[in-house]
Design a protein around this ligand. Structure first.
Ligand code: ADP
Length: 212
């Protein structure tokens, strides 16, 4: 996929630079039997698009497709499975008090709630737990299934899903994380956790991959 269509001469220049770079504009022109002035616009386009890098007194060298095209390509190829974390799950009968302790101990911002067969039933966020802590209720007496966000309102993703699509879902639903699941006939199995931190890690890896 390329958004920038190169003409024949630009392709020829790229080929020459790939094989001979660093090479001066003069020498590229010589090889093509053209003048330096004729080549100037093509060289400018190739440099601006990120195909070529130019160094004073050294010449042109191939920079790869370090352009928005290449970055867009790798961004669309990022998958949930490459950035997901281990999920932290609790049982729906756990008390709110224990869930709060669990959240601290496991150092996560969201707990996934499963039934006795380990299928996804709900989600508990920090604010869900905080909200239920306001007031006089005995947190040791309330099971988490009373306060959790429950199925079928849970947003989840598959490990084969595109990370960009999943990030969009996180923002649209205004949530911090999503369970990564496997859908089976009997129910939804939780196999991972995809959070805003996962998206941040992906963002950094993209920058590193492209030497930004
Ligand atoms: P916080 O409560 O710390 O702001 P979130 O923004 O993730 O964390 O949660 C906001 C609300 O959305 C909570 O009530 C929570 O239960 C719910 N929620 C969190 N994750 C999901 C999800 N994947 N699907 C549906 N609801 C969710």
């Amino acid at each position: 996929m390329s958004l920038i269509e190169l003409n024949k001469r630009q392709d020829a220049i790229l080929q020459i630079v790939k094989e001979n770079g660093p090479i001066t504009g003069e020498h590229i022109a010589e090889r093509l039997g053209l003048t330096r002035a004729t080549l100037r616009p093509d060289l400018a386009i190739l440099t601006m698009a990120g195909f070529l890098d130019a160094r004073p007194r050294v010449g042109y060298f191939y920079a790869g497709k370090k352009s928005t095209v290449a970055i867009t390509e790798s961004m669309l190829n990022l998958k949930v499975k490459d950035f997901q974390n281990v999920p932290v799950v609790v049982s729906e009968s756990m008390t709110v008090y224990d869930a709060i302790c669990h959240m601290f101990l496991e150092d996560v911002g969201t707990l996934f709630v499963v039934d006795k067969d380990s299928y996804l039933q709900g989600v508990l966020s920090r604010k869900d737990l905080l909200r239920s802590s306001i007031g006089t209720q005995d947190l040791n007496k309330i099971p988490v299934h009373i306060i959790m966000t429950r199925m079928p309102n849970i947003a989840y993703c598959l490990d084969s899903d595109s990370l960009v699509l999943t990030a969009t879902k996180l923002i649209e639903r205004e949530i911090d994380s999503m369970p990564v699941v496997k859908e089976t006939e009997k129910g939804i199995e939780v196999i991972g956790r995809l959070t805003k931190t996962s998206i941040t890690r992906a963002f950094i890896s993209l920058a590193e991959t492209h030497d930004l």
